[in-house]
Every structure is written in C-alpha cells, then in structure tokens.
Design a binder for this molecule. Structure first.
Ligand code: RVP
Length: 498
C-alpha cells in the first residue's frame, strides 16, 4: 500500500542552484538538448499548445530560434493541418511542393494566394503540373489594380523558357545560378517539364539569418501539434502526419489515462504513424511517467496544475509541485532514455535551469511567450500600457461555445458537456504585458540559461543535469532573491517585478 502522505513537494521558488567550480569560457556553452528520443533542439524551449500562444506565426518564430512550437488544437482538423502546412513551407532549402497557380486564374486570385502564404510570386503550371511560366510582383506592376479581377495570369506572367534547374541540384549550384542570372526564384523541373520544387533567394538568406533553426531532414522548419484522445483524435493525428508534422503532443490535463495511453501505443506501433515522434502527458508522478515509457512515448511532459492561468489545483485539489514532479517523472524516464519536458509554471529565465537540474530536457512555456508579437491575438491598450490576451485552455472562454466552437474540451474530460453553464473550468482568462518579438524574448531566456550554466560550471545540458545541485530555501530567502528595499524605477527586459 502506498503511504497516505507522499514526501514534501517542492517548486521553483523553494529552491536555488548552488554555484559550482567552473573552468569554462561562456562562449563554449552549448544549450543543445533532446526534445524527444529522435529530435534535438539547439535551444530547449517549446511554446505551449494554447490558442493565445501557438499558431503558425509563433511556431515559425520558435523553430527559427532553435526551439519548437506546438500548434494548439482548439480548431478544426483541417485548420490545424493547414497551420502545420504553413510552417513546413517556410524557410526551406528547397520547397518540394510549392504553391502554384493556373494560367486561367485572375490576378485578383493570385494576389489573394500570395497574401495568404506571404510570398511575392508563384510558378504557373498546367493541370499536369507542367511549368508554363512564373508570375511575381514585377509582372503585376503594369496592370492597374482595377483590372486585376478581369486579367488572367497567363496574360502577364513571364512565360517559359525560364532559368530552371534539374531535380537533385546541390545548394551551392543553385546559389550560383541564382547569383549568375540575378534571379530570386529557381524552379526545379523534372525531365518531363513538371515542376518538382522551388528554390528562392529569400530562403537562403533566412537560413543564414537563423543558424540555430530547428530543421527536418529536408531543411524544413520543425513543428509540433497537439492531439487529444477522444472522438476523432485518431483522424486528427493522421491528418497532421499527412500535413508533415514532426511531433504529436498529447495535450491533456491528465495523461495517466487508459484511452490516451492506448492511443500513444497505437501511434507508436502502426506502420503508417510510428515514424512520427509522440510526446505523452501530462503527468506529475513517477508512475505516470512509467506508463508512457511502457507504451513507447518519445518524450514525457510533466505538469499538473503549475500553469500561470491554471486553477486545476484549487478546483480539484490535485497536482504536485513542479520541481518534485519533474524529478519524480525523470526517475522513470531517464532509466529508459526518454526525455522529459517541464510544462508550465515558469516565471523567470532562472527556472529553466532549475527545471533541467530537476531532470527536464526542455521546458514548455505559455505565459512567458503569450506577450510576444507572434502569439495570436491583438494588442490591447490599458492605461497606456500594451497587453496581449492570455487564457487557459480550461478557461470558460476556451471551452465554451462563446465566440466559436471549442474543439479541445476533452483536455479537461468535458467533451460531452454541451451546455456552457455546465462546464467546470480549470483555468482563467487574463492578459500579459506585451513583450515584442519572440527573438528578443528568447534571447533573454537563453541568455539567462547560459549564465546559469556558467555559474553551475556546466558546458552542456547533460552536464547541467548531472552537476546541478539544489539548495532548499525559505520565504525569507525568496524575499532576498528578488530585488528588495528599493523602488524599481526602470523595468529590465527580463524582470518586471513579482
Ligand atoms: P504557464 O507557462 O505557466 O503559463 O503554463 C502553461 C501551461 O499551462 C500549458 O502548457 C498547459 O500545460 C497548462 N494549461 C493550459 N491551459 C490550462 C488551464 O486552463 N488550466 N493549463
């Protein structure tokens, strides 16, 4: 019989990391870490699967920085798959199935498609995908906008013959051709004249600009997407896989549940799905983590109740303080070589290192990223200050049909509740300060982690996990840790009070 009282649970504010002897040069520090059994990231940050945090823009920005975004699932299967597609088409060495347009489309339709995919030109192909020409901003310049609805693409496109390249051309050769002919786009064409891909200058520039980017084997940005376990969950998972998702993330408040474990087991054994990485969760105990190890999960996500917008612990009385929960889960996961993700509850950059020392390989962030330019939702002005909305996926707003249909109620086991006044929320709706572009926010978070590693004397994340030692602290120490006995006059980019 397990003991009625487990031992004391600790969380981020209960501990500090002891400084360790260091013979490092800060520039040697490497934050590369494992996201799953098969995927590594240059920075161990994941944006949360929440409808005020991660849609395609955030996922693109996260992957460019070297982390990854998990697309939320409070939207239809098609819409979520479309978001995956938007990420997979961004910044690539070569786009293998470029967006194209037919010769009979109007310039108005062209303009719409270009806007939707944020591109400035498209290859023109016939029904058999044979390349007929290319149309870009430049070709549109001499047609007044008033005539766009009545002008066909093939009237103004630049027709074949174009400068093209054969399938399999190297990156260097492609760059040389683009440079020699001063072109921005190089269509890749097979022997029968069919369009097989597209290489653009913009993509090359982007890959130089984002040296840490998280890329798949074809050089495309990596992306994760949230799935459930209920109703059409299998269809969602397989549709996302078809769209090219790299990681499926079980997205539920309580993962230690048979239906979900069965789903992970099926995803990891079905020949059509088992190549995709699957993250199981959320759990907060060693037994919960062990259950996901046993069904073959590629990583385990930990966190029941630590989230800044979460009320699960007060509404249900269930949860476990996050540092202890991560440590307990890691005892099961590490023995099996499965990475652990600490999800929720991080308020400051210093807690990334605390999570890692407790046994995490990466952290998932909601509130710390919800204020970014790239998160969904508009800026709100309150008393001259800028904010962005941030809400729990278990909040009334996210689970009710207010606004639009909720697809993710099963995260809180309420899939079958149809009337809004019968919903039992486990989260709140709020707002966080606007923080500007993700690149600046990520810079501060990773800058903090680099300093943690230097102070502990760890060159790599595995070294940090091994060398890092906690000291338990008191409420008086916590007070000492924060600025005290002074009135703050200027907010720092990584600290605005507590
Ligand atoms: P935080 O980073 O502290 O804002 O927490 C984000 C995490 O909180 C999410 O990744 C998710 O696990 C959890 N969450 C999301 N919605 C809710 C809720 O409504 N209770 N909780």
């Amino acid at each position: 019989v397990p003991a009625k009282f487990a031992s004391l649970g600790l969380t981020y504010d209960d501990v500090l990391l002891l400084p360790g002897s260091s013979d490092l040069n800060p520039s040697e520090i490497d934050t590369t870490s494992r996201l799953t059994r098969e995927i590594s990231l240059r920075i161990p940050l994941i944006s949360a699967a929440m409808d005020t945090v991660t849609e395609s823009r955030m996922a693109i920005a996260m992957a460019r920085e070297g982390g990854i975004g998990v697309l939320h699932r409070n939207l239809s299967i098609e819409d979520q798959a479309y978001q995956v597609d938007l990420v997979k088409r961004t910044q690539t060495g070569m786009i293998s199935n470029p967006i194209t347009i037919g010769p009979d489309a109007t310039l108005e339709e062209l303009d719409q498609t270009c806007g939707e995919y944020r591109v400035s030109g498209l290859p023109v192909v016939d029904i058999d995908n044979r390349l007929l020409g290319i149309i870009t901003n430049r070709d549109l310049r001499f047609t007044p906008v008033a005539e766009w609805a009545s002008t066909k693409v093939d009237e103004v496109m630049t027709p074949m013959p174009l400068i093209t390249a054969p399938v399999g051309i190297s990156r260097e050769d492609a760059t040389a051709i683009l440079r020699q002919h001063k072109r921005e786009r190089l269509p890749i064409v097979d022997e029968s004249g069919r369009l097989a891909g597209l290489i653009t200058v913009k993509d090359f520039v982007k890959s130089e600009q984002f040296p840490n980017a998280s890329q798949d084997a074809d050089g495309r940005l990596m992306v994760g997407a949230a799935i459930g376990y209920f109703g059409d969950a299998w269809e969602r998972a397989t549709t996302l896989i078809e769209a090219g998702v790299d990681v499926l993330v079980a997205d539920t408040a309580h993962g230690h549940v048979k239906l979900l474990l069965d789903m992970v087991a099926r995803l990891k054994s079905d020949p059509a799905t088992k190549h995709v990485q699957v993250i199981g969760g959320n759990v907060a105990t060693r037994a919960g983590a062990q259950a996901f190890v046993d069904v073959g999960a590629d990583a385990i996500k930990v966190g029941v109740g630590p989230g800044s917008i979460c009320t699960t612990r007060v509404v249900t009385g269930v949860g476990a303080p996050q540092v202890t929960a991560v440590y307990e889960a890691s005892l099961a996961a590490k023995a099996a070589g499965v990475p652990v993700i600490a999800d929720g509850g991080l308020k400051y950059s210093g807690e990334i290192a605390k999570a890692i020392v407790a046994g995490a390989d990466a952290v998932m962030l909601g509130g710390l990223l919800a204020g970014c330019e790239e998160s969904p939702g508009d800026l709100v002005f309150v008393n001259g200050k800028q904010f962005k909305a941030y809400r729990g996926m278990g909040s009334l707003g996210a689970m009710s049909s207010r606004g639009k249909k909720s697809y993710s109620k099963d995260r809180y086991f309420q899939a079958e509740v149809t009337s809004d006044d019968k919903i039992v929320p486990e989260g709140i709706e709020g707002q966080v300060a606007y923080r500007g572009p993700l690149s600046a926010v990520a810079h501060q978070l990773i800058g903090g982690l680099n300093q943690s590693m230097f102070y502990v004397g760890a060159r790599t994340i595995p070294e940090l996990q091994e060398k890092g030692q906690f000291i338990r602290i008191t409420a008086a120490s916590l007070k000492e840790s924060h600025p005290h006995d002074v009135q703050m006059t200027v907010e720092a980019p990584n600290y605005s009070g507590h």
